[in-house]
Design a protein around this ligand. Structure first.
Ligand SMILES: NC(=O)C1=CN([C@@H]2O[C@H](COP(=O)(O)OP(=O)(O)OC[C@H]3O[C@@H](n4cnc5c(N)ncnc54)[C@H](OP(=O)(O)O)[C@@H]3O)[C@@H](O)[C@H]2O)C=CC1
Ligand SMILES: O=C(O)[C@@H]1CCC=N1
Length: 269
């Protein structure tokens, strides 16, 4: 069977994407080539089920049509020339590398159709959101293929351009880390009011996951759900008077997202 899909870098994100492709029967493991000297556990599972594992770009088969670039951006320059020489003509290249501009990718792969995409780690449990951007050369059929591959583990949206991808990176790409840090902060605060570490972590985690589930299940907005917790003159109001004083959290989140966006643009060069 022809090995048509190549993944370069099968770590956290690449592994999650691969698993969903196979899980959704979009790609048979026998059609997969995994280029990674030390692939992660999801990729190892697929290699055991027929995916081909290679450690060197020279071994890329000529049957490859779709390439997912999921290595760290810092590795790309060193690897790109070898990849370009090994890839067959006119591949469809989907890059999830943060801050690696379409222009950079197009210079490295002049005859390729380039798609930039930004997933996030909830993809690992089928709850990701991925944005992608591509130029006019992406055909309707190729766009459908991208949406199937990138939507296999959650929602998918198309955005206008590279700038929008950098902005998505700062919101949903890096965003899970902001939410996990909120969980760490709530755990810390629970310990401060007297709980042991285990109970504090359980209370914080259940609050985060329960609130997320409610947000998802409810038709009410986040604002309405917040208001439903808040009794006039009660405990929540006392807490929000701190969190919302002079837009405290809103300002901090704006600065947070701006820092991620600036870094994405800086990486783009
Ligand atoms: N993590 C996230 O939340 C998100 C990440 N991204 C992007 O995804 C990309 C990958 O990130 P992530 O999955 O977190 O990183 P990981 O480090 O988990 O995965 C990268 C993989 O590439 C492997 N690798 C290293 N050198 C090579 C090489 N020469 N050839 C092939 N593979 C190689 C690594 O192996 P080893 O471990 O041995 O170095 C690793 O398995 C990044 O560009 C990042 O910007 C995008 C959205 C979200
Ligand atoms: O931190 C990073 O650069 C990558 C991109 C989005 C999430 N992780």
């Amino acid at each position: 069977m022809a090995q048509t899909h190549l993944i370069v870098g099968a770590g956290n994100m690449g592994g999650a994407l691969l698993s969903s492709w196979v899980g959704d029967s979009l790609v048979n493991p026998r059609n997969l080539v995994i280029l990674d000297p030390k692939p992660g556990s999801e990729a190892v599972y697929l290699i055991e089920r027929g995916a081909r594992h290679i450690e060197d770009a020279d071994d890329i088969p000529k049957s490859v049509r779709v390439v997912l670039l999921a290595i760290k951006p810092q590795l790309f320059t060193g690897l790109s020339r070898k990849l370009a020489a090994a890839l067959p003509a006119e591949p469809l290249i989907i890059s999830i590398m943060a801050g690696t501009a379409t222009d950079t990718l197009a210079r490295a792969f002049p005859d390729a159709i380039i798609v930039r995409a930004m997933p996030n780690t909830p993809a690992a449990v089928g709850r990701g959101i991925t944005a992608y951007a591509a130029g006019d050369s992406l055909s309707e059929e190729q766009a459908k293929l991208c949406e199937a591959l990138l939507g296999a583990n959650g929602e998918v949206i198309r955005v206008a351009d590279d700038r929008a991808i950098d902005a998505v990176t700062a919101i949903s790409g890096s965003g899970p880390a902001y939410i996990f840090h909120l969980c760490e902060a709530l755990t810390d605060a629970a310990m401060q009011v007297g709980f042991d570490a285990k109970t504090a972590a359980q209370l914080a985690r259940a609050t985060l996951t329960g609130s997320s589930a409610l947000l998802e299940a409810s038709e009410r907005s986040a604002t309405e759900l917040r208001e439903a917790v808040t009794s006039p003159g009660g405990t929540t109001q006392a807490a929000l008077d701190v969190l919302m004083a002079d837009g405290a959290l809103i300002n901090l989140m704006r600065q947070t997202v701006q820092a991620a966006f600036d870094r994405a643009q800086e990486l783009s060069g």
